[in-house]
Write a protein that binds this ligand. Structure first.
Ligand SMILES: Nc1nc2c([nH]c(=O)n2[C@@H]2O[C@H](COP(=O)(O)OP(=O)(O)OP(=O)(O)O)[C@@H](O)[C@H]2O)c(=O)[nH]1
Length: 317
C-alpha cells in the first residue's frame, strides 16, 4: 500500500421535502470536472467532520445545517491522490440552496442517482443509500427442509433484504426443490435473491448468481442481464479485478475477523479490508466472523454492510 497521505473529505446527503437528494456538478478546471458529487469538501486541520461539513455547505450552498448520522466513509485511490470520502446524512437545513461557486445543482430522486456520472468514491455511497446493508448466506440444509425454510422465513421477517442461497454439498434434486420454495419466499417479501455458483439454476429461476472467485477467469462477461444481480466472493485484489472485468454488481470480501469455519486462515482485519476497498469502486460486503453489531464499523471502513451465515440465520449460536 502506498504511504501517500490520505486527503480527508466530508460530504452531505441533503434531502428536500419530497426525498430528492442534492447533487452538485464539479466546475471546469478542477480535478474530476463535470462529474456530479455530494456537496462538501476537504477537512481543514483541526476541524471535526461535522464542523467541516457545516462550513463547506455554508460556503458552497449558503445553507446552515444540523449534521446527522454517518452513512459511509469510503477510502479511495485516484491516479494522483488518496482520499477518504466521509458521507453524513444532513438531519436538517435552513436557508435557500444556491450554487455560490458557479456549480450546477440537481435535486435527484434516489432511484435515479446511479444515472449521474460520479467520481468512483461515490459508487459505494450511492449503493449504501439504495441497497441492503445485510446479506444473508444460507447454511447447508442439514436438518429437514421444513426447518430450513422456516428459518429462512424468520430471517426475512427479521428484515434481511438480500439473500444468497448456498448449499455446497446438497443433493441436486433436493436443492432444486428447496431453491424453488426459497425463491418463492423471497419474492413474497420482495427480497433480492441470488444462488451460489450455479448460473443455469439462476437462469431457470430468473434470479441473481453469486460466483465463487475461481469461476471468474472462465467468464468473458457477466453471465446474466443487467436487471439480474451478479456478485462474487473475493479475497485478493487480483480476484477483485476479475469481478470488475466481468461487470459484477457487488462483491463479498473476507475473512475480516477469524471464523470457526476457517480456523487456519489469517483474517484481513479492518485495515486490510479498507486497503482493498481503496482500490475498487465496487460495493463490498465484509464477511467472516461478523454480525449486525459490526455494521457501523463496516460502514466506517467503506463496506456496504455485512454478509453472514450464522449471524443472520435464526436458531444458530
Ligand atoms: N465534495 C465531494 N468531493 C468528492 C466527492 N467524491 C469525490 O471523489 N470527491 C473528491 O474529494 C475532493 C473534495 O475536495 P474539494 O471539493 O475541496 O475539491 P477541490 O476542487 O478543492 O480539490 P481538488 O484539489 O482535488 O480539485 C476532490 O478531490 C473530489 O474530487 C463527493 O461526493 N463530494
Amino acid at each position: 500500500m502506498s504511504g501517500e497521505a490520505m486527503v480527508e473529505v466530508v460530504a452531505g446527503v441533503i434531502r428536500d421535502k419530497t426525498g430528492r437528494i442534492l447533487l452538485a456538478r464539479r466546475t471546469e478546471g478542477r480535478d474530476l470536472a463535470g462529474l456530479w458529487e455530494f456537496p462538501g469538501g476537504k477537512r481543514e486541520p483541526g476541524e471535526t467532520p461535522e464542523g467541516a461539513l457545516a462550513r463547506e455547505l455554508h460556503e458552497e450552498l449558503g445553507i446552515d445545517i444540523d449534521c446527522g448520522a454517518p452513512l459511509i466513509a469510503v477510502p479511495q485511490r485516484y491516479p494522483h491522490k488518496r482520499l477518504r470520502l466521509d458521507v453524513r446524512h444532513v438531519a436538517a437545513w435552513r436557508g435557500t440552496v444556491k450554487g455560490h461557486e458557479g456549480q450546477a445543482l440537481a435535486w435527484v430522486p434516489p432511484h435515479l442517482l446511479a444515472s449521474y456520472a460520479m467520481p468512483s468514491a461515490d459508487i459505494p455511497v450511492v449503493a449504501a443509500l439504495l441497497q441492503p446493508d445485510r446479506y444473508l448466506v444460507t447454511p447447508a440444509p442439514d436438518l429437514s427442509d421444513a426447518t430450513w425454510l422456516d428459518a429462512l422465513e424468520h430471517a426475512l421477517a427479521n428484515g434481511v433484504r438480500r439473500v444468497q442461497l448456498r448449499a455446497p454439498d446438497s443433493e441436486p434434486r433436493r436443492w432444486h426443490t428447496l431453491v424453488d420454495a426459497a425463491v418463492d419466499a423471497c419474492r413474497r417479501h420482495d427480497v433480492d435473491v441470488l444462488v451460489n455458483g450455479d448460473i443455469d439454476l439462476a437462469r431457470e429461476f430468473d434470479i441473481g448468481v453469486h460466483l465463487r472467485a475461481a469461476q471468474l477467469p472462465a467468464l468473458a462477461s457477466r453471465p446474466l442481464p443487467a436487471d439480474r444481480r451478479v456478485a462474487a466472493s473475493c479475497h485478493t485484489l487480483a480476484e477483485i479485478r476479475e469481478a470488475e472485468r466481468i461487470g459484477c454488481d457487488f462483491i463479498v470480501v473476507g475473512a475480516v475477523a477469524g471464523t470457526p469455519t476457517h480456523p487456519g486462515a489469517t483474517p484481513l482485519g479492518w485495515a486490510g479490508f479498507a486497503a482493498l476497498r481503496e482500490d475498487t469502486a465496487l460495493p463490498i460486503y465484509a464477511i467472516g466472523g461478523l454480525g449486525e453489531q459490526e455494521l457501523d464499523i463496516a460502514r466506517a471502513h467503506g463496506a456496504q454492510g455485512i454478509a453472514a451465515i450464522r449471524a443472520f440465520w435464526p436458531g444458530t449460536p
